[in-house]
Write a protein that binds this ligand. Sequence first.
Ligand SMILES: [Zn+2]
Length: 267
Amino acid sequence: MTRPGRRSSEPGQAALQLTLPFFQPPPPPPPAGRSINLEGELIGYWLRRTKRRTIGFTIDERGLGVTIPRWVTKAETEAAIREKSRWITRQLARWREQSEQRSQLATRWEAGGRVRVFGTERVLALDEQARGVTLDGDRIVVGMSPEAGAERLRNRVHGWLQEQARAYFASRVPVFSARLGKAPQRWALSSARTRWGSCTRDGSIRLNWRLIHFRTDVIDYVIAHEIAHLRELNHSARFWATVSDLFPDFETVRAELRAASDTSAAD
Ligand SMILES: [Zn+2]
């Protein structure tokens, strides 16, 4: 489906592959820290000197980071932190809450453990008499002895989830390809830990089977996104216009995917 000569007409496209990342690998541990008493709580922070003229703040899993111009003193830094203290304590609380949610969302691989399939939470049930893996109401029934162990259970259920994902992708890739008027050369499942999908210059698309945890509209957005790259191998305004043609409500869904990305790599 790729037209010869297409590359040379688009010299600006240097990337061989474009990916849709989901979670960022944890940043390196902070450099030597300091701490400050904020609203009765001792808050640790790390410092980075910069050539910029303003003081900047970041909050992530490392806690509070402060970027300061080279000439700023410790007293000035602390004054700036105090001025921002409400925002800082609110953001730190939000991060703590999210990391708690992350640990709760990780599947327990045993009877009663929870797995989301197409956005709906299902409960794992082990039944030695059952065959294969089947959906029964809100249960995922796995034909396996309750003594089988977490790792075997996880492998079996992951295999089943991958089949579900493959079947869903197989039904949707042609739909979006038809809308675009161009199909991928091939598509495949991926199990990348850091991206939902990717598209290469030669028209190969990869879709992460872990998308199976999301509602179908979220999955559709990722498929539409990668299919749109068949026409625009970039993230330009023209690319987003193409995504919008394929999937008009993509902005809502994209925001949801971003918000959920941190918690979805847990299993
Ligand atoms: Zn992209």
